[in-house]
Ligand binder design. Structure first.
Ligand SMILES: [Zn+2]
Length: 366
């Protein structure tokens, strides 16, 4: 279960964070793990390509409806087992542009979860009879089950056409916390594997190891070094003044009318509080005194970790640079809700930590 990290944690559970999935890190270095898991129909496989996850066909239109629920397409392990070549051992990518990449996501409630990144690979595999293996409905309607050898459909081709594909921003507000967390891990590692094909130290090709959680450099002279995905820390700060007004800003890169709180990446040599104060000063000219940690959220676009603070302003005189930050203003709760309802101001999306920070200040969802 989700548990707060510290007594100062005031934000609720945030979309995209993990909820109750046991990572079982000690199993990842077993090169046979993926194949073993896919031999069991208790293993659930989710599909990811280029940072988007597969959902049942037709559910994609629900992203525009607040109350609609969306789930992941899940396949039984045996449904995709034949996609994993026998000869590759623990390394599932023999060249930068070949094969799909399986990722062991962990276990929950008796089920193991494997994500299959199909961003690039299209591999022909016979489709088992879905009634025998409990495959997702998306594949059970009229799919050929024993096609002739030369007309055999690829399961990945089926997935591409029989699923809708959505990004995490669209999926998370409509998903269970468990599935949003699984999708976040899968999409994060998927995007990393797709962005990095070569060792950043020696330039040799890499292969996926540790069940998708790392890469190994293929150069023996570089000791076949193991490379882990980088996670980039960022700070985000809700700044209030002595009258509990909130400081909102509009950046030039944002769509017109969109307002949010101060945020930026942690730079070399900084601790979190230095980064939060520096960003506030750079963006709005506001000096922040006390800072309180309020929560964190993985933000895999592509690989950030957002750490949120509440800050108190020493003064209220705003100075923006007019370039990166176009404007900034203090708002009371009444002014804020009036600006929202009139359409003058747009708030951050429902999957974002910024939204939760503003709702915490406002005292209610909006
Ligand atoms: Zn290397």
């Amino acid at each position: 279960m989700f548990a707060p990290l510290a007594l100062t944690h005031v934000l609720p559970f945030l979309p995209l964070a993990q909820d109750g999935v046991d990572y079982q890190v000690d199993r990842r270095d077993d090169p046979e793990l993926i194949r073993t898991l896919l031999s069991s129909d208790a293993t659930r496989v989710i599909l990811v390509q280029s940072g988007r996850v597969a959902i049942p066909k037709g559910q994609g239109r629900f992203v525009d409806y607040d109350v609609a629920k969306i789930r992941l397409t899940t396949l039984a392990g045996s449904y995709v087992r034949d996609l994993i070549p026998d000869s590759m051992g623990g390394d599932f990518r023999s060249s930068p542009h070949a094969q799909c990449i399986p990722i062991f996501l962990g276990t929950r409630a008796g089920h193991s979860y494997v994500a299959l990144d199909i961003s690039e690979g299209i591999i022909a595999a016979e489709v088992p009879n879905p009634r025998n293996v409990g495959a997702d409905d998306a594949f059970a309607s009229d799919g050929p089950t024993r096609a002739s050898a030369d007309a055999r459909p690829s399961i990945l081709e089926l997935a591409r056409t029989r699923c809708d594909w959505v990004g995490l921003r669209e999926f998370a507000p409509h998903a269970s916390t468990v599935e949003a967390g699984l999708a976040t891990t899968a999409a994060t590692l998927s995007m990393w594997h797709r962005a990095q094909h070569y060792c950043p130290y020696c330039g040799a090709a890499t292969t996926s190891v540790f069940s998708g959680w790392a890469q190994r450099c293929q150069n023996a002279a570089d000791d076949n070094r193991i490379i882990f995905p980088r996670i980039e820390p960022a700070v985000i700060t809700a700044i209030v003044d002595s009258q509990n007004r909130l400081l909102l800003q509009h950046n030039s890169a944002w769509k017109p009318g969109f307002y949010s709180v101060s945020a930026g990446f942690v730079e070399a040599g900084e601790n979190l509080e230095h980064a939060a104060r520096r960003e506030a000063r750079e963006e709005t000219g506001i000096e922040v005194s006390d800072l309180m940690y309020t929560g964190s959220q993985p933000w895999p676009f592509p690989s950030s970790l957002m750490m949120s603070f509440k800050g108190y302003a020493r003064d209220t005189a705003i100075h923006v640079d007019g370039k990166e930050t176009e404007s900034a203003r203090w708002v009371s709760r009444d002014e804020f809700i009036r600006a929202l309802t009139s359409g003058e101001m747009l708030a951050p999306g429902k999957a974002t930590i910024a939204r939760y920070m503003i709702e915490e200040w406002y005292g209610a969802q909006f």
